[in-house]
Design a protein around this ligand. Sequence first.
Ligand code: GLA
Length: 449
Amino acid sequence: METTPPLPAAVVAAAGGGRAPLVLARAPGRVNLIGEHTDYNGLPVLPMAIDRTVWVAARTRDDGRFLATNLDRAFAPCDFPWEAVIPPGPPGHWENYLKAALQAVVRHLPPDRRSGASLTVASDLPTAAGLSSSSALVVAMTLAVLAAHGSAVERRVLADELAAAERYVGVLSGGMDQAAILLAEAGAALRIDFFPLRTRPVPLPPACAVIVADSGVRAEKSGDARTAYNRRVVECRLACRVLSAALGLPLERLGDLVSHARGRPLAGFVDALAERLPDRPATLPEIAAAGDVPVATMRALTTGDDGRSLAIGGDPDTFRPLARGRHVLGEADRVAAAVAALGTGDLGAFGRLMRASHASCRDDYEVSIPALDELVAIAEDAGALGARVTGAGFGGSIVALARAADADRIVAALDARYYRARRGGAAGPPPRFVLGPAAGASVRSVAAP
Ligand code: GLA
């Protein structure tokens, strides 16, 4: 029987020969253990890189053009010239991620060194599964193009720049994914803090297993999930503005509360929000009154950073800032507690924090869906210490934490009760994995075939 060559070999073979040297970049996906929708608020997250990877082989060209092919034929080849400002392609096209990468690269290559590049892409990281396939693609492309041009950029700088570059596709995302992909260390989760970016590896005890189960409900960052995500970002801005007024503090983002909390839980600030806001969808005039500002000031927070209109979906006049703020502040406390629990090896405590995180993501942040709730319930019934939606939500995957000895039983339960049940009892390859914490992205020269 013919065996499929491992992806790195396949991608190098597909890149073929050429005059310029070939480089090969790898960027892992990530799964977030806890700390959801906290990053853009300047509050910490705890993801780890996973052993599912995007590979990009690259060599420079002489004609100033940029050509990319994907071994997955679902992604049509792209071909465009390198310009100082690269206009976006059609919405939803993978080309936009490549253009986002180049937009960051051009800052580091003077015009006389931009020779163009041919790229070949392959991946075993599922797309739209909440595992950051798009950010992994952007990171791998960036490292490959820089290395092909004999250049490299400090990882931390790149993490910040690529987070900003992805806003190119119209999502107001935070910086978790790029930082996790670029800065993760094997064997450890990574606590990431933002504004400024700081990271600290948090080793995972070998006695635990991390199980990722993909619901199969696609959460496209370039599709509907984008507007739902942007709406959450906007609701956090509104909550922050109300808290600013309530506390008499100039807060730029919810994370600024950390310096006023003096080590106490951030959830303590929720009362101040609840005194001014109803615990139901509130109208913009109600929220403006709660923040002691004119409606126009609040409305400005619902538009893009550039002041232009922003795709947020739904009713443009009704928001839930109290529930969103309650989630974000509580979730930040849970990240701190989860890091402490790993420090003492208390997996049970970590699992309980994951359960609380899922409930908060489901009820207050409203980013879960019934399929994810079902996967969480199956995993916990089968012995997981805790399970939760991971990543942006609105589809995608759950992450479960288990004692290593229980992992097989949990995987079998997910298979029988979710995947097989959906296939009418038939066996098949279930889209879920038991994953260890992998190393961050890397790039190297390779000998062409
Ligand atoms: C997506 C974004 C991240 C983060 C998560 C939610 O993955 O890209 O920046 O906000 O959603 O935690």
